[in-house]
Design a binder for this molecule. Structure first.
Ligand code: MIG
Length: 761
């Protein structure tokens, strides 16, 4: 065996092992420029142990037993590969990791089941699963998004491990042996990245530097999305859009599912959408954006130009003989599959998509069936022996199956940028591999309108965030089966606080737009969709943070409270940013639940009531109430209600302040749509809160960046049971008003261009 150890960035160590005497040139679908920076660590050899030291990280290799251990800067062992743990059997690489007694494992992309993956077996193989819970498929081990990256947490210290190998992998995490994690891959070499930690944000920063970060999305993508398989005609789509406006339920995006096409031919509109361009313009006029679904399968039809061009260009995946394109049955019937692993094919696809987008003025695309699915193929996908002519030379489908979707999304992104070079694309993908976050947001595929799936969406989305994919969401209301008013109300409450907020359902399921279940459900849905829109400035700043650092927006409790052992066990509630704790009701008929509030003081968002943390509390919640808590010391920006993100110019931002010893908010703004922020046309400002002897103060830091903010006024709302009387801007008195019934003190301050301080008492 040949091995190589290198330091690729601060706190990130790479270990490569190959069966022969030499490592092959590295090939990666996920890791970009980063490996170029690798430096060799210092080596000290003594008593048969080689110690590699690099900037506070130590790797020990016992040359007699072959044991590898990785130590963090405090000397704690965070990853151990016991002697013989790295092996190749029939060319298949295997690893075995020692698990600590209290170690928990998170990540791996999209998984069903509980938050902590210890005790589960997972197979990383992108798979189309109808109804993705273990109650429907008891042996379920694979889902749409496979990411061989895990985070381990023990006694408050975290570390990360990424195996950069796209072949099918199996992870047996603490099963059958409780103290081992066995991982094997069908093909390839061992190429591991160990993230030393111990802080979660550092691990995600390192991992996302390695595999890429989510580009900042356009602001409209953060609004509410409505979808259905399928809104079947131009008339239906326009009526739907008008219904949202008539009922005053905010909405930004309508998704067009497969029935818009001409007999499922990609890049076409069918007869029932004969005036597609006029329809999409009409939607724009009333403030809607559209997303069109794009499947990879191209209908075999010599009269169809996309098909004939693809043949001519030799742009298709080949069957195992290597002589002709492989075919499979998908929605269009007999279909062929573009080979997105090739640069030439991605370029061609990008051109097709770009022409289609420009002709019809479509705003974004969602890529579905991108496993790729083939109804008649083995395991509902292509034969593993099918041949791809990749950027790295010929490969079998088994070698590239897991990256097919990421490469399709890459083409799709290039296409969107070609069509609208000045705008940020919004793309959505069902499948993905490590790095998908660079190309597209993801949704979690075909869940069902089951209470169980409502609950599972929390750990599923949390683990996606921990796997480097911050922009994710589950179909609100559930995709398959029939939703009910109560389920929709609870699901909308939860999904309003997830990064992607889309209601979508199946063609055979009962409709589930917010109004179909009657007045009460409609009012509840409206209320939470409105709240989402009011929270947009908060969300937008969180998105910017995710784009810059890899930090997820939707965070497990332990992200914010890493040293709290109880927080590490909670998987049915979460933090949105560091200020909001969301604890949805997940049971039919449920009117109460236990909520874990970590140490400190919390405020009930609805009543303002103070709740002591460091305990589990029983929280009562009527159907219209989502248990929602605010951490003390938080500053949360709200904006005026809008029916869509571009409806009006926002000139006032309301800053709610919940008292506590201290707090801060990283304010971010830009034009919300263009790429100008890449040239510094954005505005960043730190807002800090501090408590004084008899009052509090906010310090607005110096704005950074060149964006001319439209905001004229900050309306400060201080939550205080004690009567507050005066507010001051620097030395000057401001007009403030205390509302005793609500326990709120309210005053306005102009948005000054330099640093300034306001205080109250
Ligand atoms: O086999 O395009 O997950 O969101 O509505 C079903 C029809 C194909 C699966 C997607 C779903 C979409 C549906 N598609």
């Amino acid at each position: 065996m040949a091995a190589e150890l290198s330091l690729v960035a601060e706190g990130v160590v790479r270990l490569r092992v190959a069966p022969g005497l030499q490592l092959r040139p590295a090939q990666s679908w996920s890791v970009g420029h980063f490996s170029a920076k690798a430096t060799a660590p210092e080596i000290v050899l003594s008593k048969g142990v080689a110690r590699f030291n690099a900037k506070g990280v130590e790797v020990r290799c016992d040359l007699r037993t072959g044991e590898f251990s990785f130590l963090d800067s405090s000397g704690m062992e965070i990853v151990r590969l016991p002697g013989g743990a790295i092996r190749f059997e029939d060319g298949k690489p295997q690893l075995s990791l020692a698990l600590g007694e209290r170690e928990q494992i998170f990540g791996l992309g999209q998984t069903s089941g509980p938050l902590n993956k210890r005790g589960q077996t997972r197979e990383l193989w992108n798979t189309d699963v109808l109804g993705h819970s273990r109650s429907i498929h008891p042996g379920l081990r694979s889902l749409y998004i496979s990411i061989p990256f895990v985070i381990s947490l023990r006694d408050g210290r975290a570390a990360g491990l990424f195996w950069d190998n796209a072949a099918k992998q199996t992870w047996e995490i603490g099963v059958p042996e409780g103290d081992r994690c066995r991982v094997n891959a069908e093909l390839g070499e061992i190429d591991l990245y160990v993230f030393i930690g111990p802080w979660l944000p550092d691990i995600l920063r390192g991992y996302s530097e390695l595999t890429g970060r989510m580009p900042l999305p356009p602001r409209w993508a953060l609004g509410y999305h409505q979808s259905r398989y399928s809104y079947g005609s131009r008339r239906e789509v326009l009526a739907l859009a008008r219904e949202f406006r008539r009922r005053q339920i905010p909405c930004d995006v309508i998704h067009l599912d497969i029935h818009y096409m001409n007999d499922y031919r990609v890049f076409t509109f069918g007869k029932r959408f004969s005036k597609a361009r006029a329809m999409l313009r009409e939607l724009h006029k009333i403030g809607f954006r559209s997303m069109a679904i794009i499947d990879p399968g191209i209908k075999v039809d010599p009269q169809y130009t996309i098909y004939s061009e693809a043949r001519k260009l030799r742009a298709l995946v080949l069957d195992p003989s290597g002589k002709k394109p492989i075919t499979g049955k998908v929605w269009p019937g007999e279909s062929v599959f573009p080979d997105f692993t090739s640069e030439k094919v991605r370029r061609w696809w990008a051109e097709q998509q770009s022409a289609f987008q420009t002709e019809f003025e479509i705003d974004g695309f969602w890529n579905d069936m991108n496993e790729p699915a083939a109804f008649d193929g083995p395991g509902k996908t292509l034969d593993g022996r099918a041949i791809h002519r990749t950027d790295f030379g010929p490969k079998t489908h088994a070698e590239v199956h897991n990256i097919y979707a990421s490469q399709m999304a890459r083409a799709s992104r290039a296409g969107a940028l070609a069509a609208r070079p000045r705008e940020r694309p919004f793309l959505l993908s069902r499948d993905g591999f490590a790095g998908i976050q660079k190309q597209a947001a993801v949704w979690t595929g075909d869940n069902s309108s089951f209470w169980e799936h409502l609950g599972e969406s929390i750990p599923m989305l949390l683990n996606l965030g921990l796997s480097g994919v911050p922009f994710c969401g589950a179909d609100a209301g559930g995709f398959m089966e029939h939703c009910t008013g109560e389920l929709l109300a609870r699901w909308t409450q939860l999904a309003a606080f997830t990064p992607l907020f889309r209601n979508h359902c199946n063609d055979t399921a009962r409709a589930q737009e917010p109004w179909v279940f009657g007045q009460e459900t409609e009012d509840i849905c409206r209320r939470y969709i409105q709240l989402r829109y009011q929270l947009l400035p908060y969300l937008y700043s969180l998105f910017e943070e995710a784009a810059r650092t890899g930090t997820p927006l939707m965070r497990p409790m332990f992200w914010e409270f890493q040293n709290d052992a109880d927080a590490a066990r909670v998987g049915d509630q979460f933090m949105l940013g560091s200020a909001l704790l969301v604890a949805p009701i997940l049971q039919q008929g449920g009117r109460a639940r236990s909520v874990y509030l970590p140490r400190g003081t919390w405020f009930n968002f609805w009543t303002g009531e103070e709740v002591k943390g460091g305990q589990f509390s029983l929280i009562i919640a009527s159907l219209s109430t989502l248990p929602l808590f605010v951490r003390s010391g938080s500053i949360i920006p709200f904006q005026e209600l809008q029916q869509h993100t571009g409806e009006k110019k926002i000139e006032t931002i309301t800053l709610h302040v919940w008292p506590g010893a201290q707090g801060r908010f990283n304010w971010y703004e830009d034009d919300g749509i263009s790429n100008d922020f890449e040239r510094g046309i954005s505005l960043r400002r730190l807002i800090e809160y501090g408590e004084g002897a008899r009052g509090g103060a906010l310090v607005f830091g110096e704005p950074e960046g060149n964006f001319a903010s439209p905001i004229k006024c900050w309306r400060v709302i201080v939550h205080s049971k004690a009567r507050l009387k005066t507010a001051r801007l620097e030395g000057q008195a401001l007009a403030g008003q205390y509302v005793p019934e609500l326990g709120l003190f309210i005053f306005d301050v102009p948005n000054l261009p330099d640093t300034f301080k306001v205080s109250w008492k």
